[in-house]
Design a protein around this ligand. Structure first.
Ligand code: MN
Length: 336
């Protein structure tokens, strides 16, 4: 047996009980709703569509349901496949990448929770399903969906299932930047997806070769305004609603700007302000290196997120808010 086959067998053995229970439920169901979280990300929508395609291929009537809002490439390429509400009764509800009932969306009261399977890699998951497969061994829910399909002997040939799942996996593992020694399964699973027909170049182009000229112009503007404080430990910049109107691009994504800011030598924290003067509103997003916890800063303004990626929306005057943010950051940096 090759090393990859041995590792795969180890995973299938480790999770055999839960995988059998899930497979049993799928076998006995005909109409299946596949649900994801509100404001879906790449892992969510890719896992949903990958699983739906696979279930359809084995003769089930599976429907992807997500309330939205869809943004960027997911709006462009994925949204059209989704229903936004639960309008039928289903034999089974498979809920992917959703840590608690509320995150499923406004329609969660229409879900029969006696008929639910929750599959998720967030360790904070409430285990709100009838059957719950929750494991933080995985960086993406898509990895778990793929393992489930392998355990069901799904035939990946001549379908887009492994491509959707690879797109999803790479979006959550940040094209391998989040691999850690306790989260190496992502490597194995992506290898297996590619072996089953997925192409990482397609995933890359979907994510990184999809910018419009308006995006690039706004991106350039944000970079031009880049400033550095605290000996280069903190980079920050901003865009206003006016800027977005001028370039006719209301849905500017901050990912591009963060990638550049975090690439600067010595940077520990990046801050991106989106200023809406008319509404007196400022969206603040943070990224940081592993040793700085920016979720604390976001939380102090009532926001939240992860240790290295967090955000908050506040009301107030920009100069005043900026001063408060920088004071909080200075305190956190002094501790590192
Ligand atoms: Mn995820």
């Amino acid at each position: 047996m090759t090393k990859s086959k041995i590792l795969l067998k180890e995973i299938l053995d480790e999770f055999s009980q839960i995988l059998n229970r899930i497979t049993e439920q799928i076998k006995n169901a005909n109409n299946i709703a596949v649900i994801g979280h509100v404001n879906p990300d790449g892992d969510c929508v890719g896992s949903q569509l990958g699983l739906v395609l696979a279930l359809n291929k084995i003769g089930k009537n599976a429907i992807p349901i997500n309330e939205g809002k869809f943004k960027g490439i997911y709006k462009e390429y994925y949204e059209k496949h989704f229903e936004k509400d639960i309008t039928n009764e289903y034999d089974l509800y498979i809920i992917l990448d959703v840590p608690n009932k509320d995150r499923a969306g406004g329609f969660s009261n229409k879900i029969d929770f006696q008929k639910t399977i929750v599959i998720d890699h967030h360790i904070t998951n409430d285990n709100f399903g009838k059957i719950n497969w929750v494991s933080d061994k995985f960086i993406a829910t898509a990895e778990m969906v793929f393992i489930l399909l392998i355990s069901m002997d799904f035939d990946f040939k001549e379908c887009e299932v492994s491509q959707y799942l690879l797109n999803a996996l790479l979006s959550d593992n940040g094209f391998f930047q989040h691999i850690r020694n306790d989260k190496y399964l992502s490597l194995l699973v992506s290898y297996l997806m590619i072996e089953n027909g997925a192409d990482s170049k397609i995933s890359y182009d979907l994510m990184f070769s999809n910018n419009s000229i308006e995006t690039e112009k706004l991106f350039a503007l944000a970079l031009q305004r880049l400033s550095s404080i605290y000996d280069g430990n903190v980079m920050w910049t901003y865009l206003t609603e006016e800027d977005k109107k001028k370039f006719d691009y209301p849905n500017f994504e901050s990912g591009l700007v963060f990638r550049e800011m975090m690439s600067i030598r010595g940077v520990k924290v990046s801050v991106f302000f989106k200023i809406d003067e008319e509404q007196n509103k400022i969206d603040i997003s943070f990224r940081s290196t592993d040793d700085v916890d920016v979720s604390q800063v976001a939380a102090s303004f009532g926001g939240g997120g992860h240790k290295v990626a967090a955000g908050v929306s506040v009301n107030g005057e920009f100069l005043d808010i900026k001063k408060q943010v920088f004071e909080k950051l200075e305190k956190i940096l002094q501790k590192t």
